[in-house]
Design a protein around this ligand. Structure first.
Ligand code: DAT
Length: 172
């Protein structure tokens, strides 16, 4: 059976990992966290002093993922999306969290003031949503609220329904 590739994106802390892992366990799709993949393979290209984080080597990440993506059935989680080949994804979900909720989640992670501010601004200015719209066909880009546990449950159920329909459409 053919299975779709799904991209989960959005500001750090919106709940991509939580949704991605739960969705993978309920759908049988494979979950890939690009941040973890880069750390494990040291797929970096220098260090960003301003943002205090390593710079992703995007070409190596794409090379690393290519064969799995062409097989299908992969959920990719990353706070960026403009460097993945457009053809990889059948649907893109941009998670969205209210500022006050996001602030508390990032504070709990121990982010410093500057990092907190950068991430909250990223969410306010819908940076990842704009990036997704600029990188993929508008029809496949969807926003999902991600504030409370009920949102998580609703999102999983919606996506599971979509996967089932997508697979049916492919085989008919
Ligand atoms: P991300 O992968 O986008 O950085 P995460 O999955 O690590 O985000 O989630 C950040 C925190 O928020 C984590 O403590 C779990 C919590 N969280 C995620 N989705 C949630 C939801 N729908 N309701 C309540 N808390 C949620």
């Amino acid at each position: 059976m053919l299975l779709p590739n799904i991209l989960l994106t959005g500001t750090p802390g919106v709940g991509k990992t939580t949704l991605g892992k739960e969705l993978a366990s309920r759908s049988g799709l494979k979950y890939i966290n690009v941040g973890d993949l880069a750390r494990e393979g040291q797929l970096y290209d220098g260090y960003d002093e301003e943002y205090d984080c390593p710079i992703l080597d995007e070409d190596r990440v794409v090379d690393e993922l290519e064969s799995q993506m062409s097989e299908g059935g992969v959920i990719v989680d990353y706070h960026g999306c403009d460097f993945f080949p457009e053809r990889w994804f059948h649907i893109v979900f941009v998670l969205k969290t209210d500022n006050s909720v996001l602030y508390k989640r990032l504070e709990a992670r121990g982010y410093n003031e500057k990092k907190l501010k950068n991430n909250i601004e990223c969410e306010i200015f819908q940076v990842l949503y704009e990036e997704a719209l600029a990188s993929y066909k508008t029809e496949i880009v969807h926003r999902l609220p991600s504030n409370k546990p009920e949102d998580l449950e609703d999102n999983i159920n919606e996506i599971l329904k979509w996967i089932e329909q997508w697979s049916k459409d492919q085989s008919s």
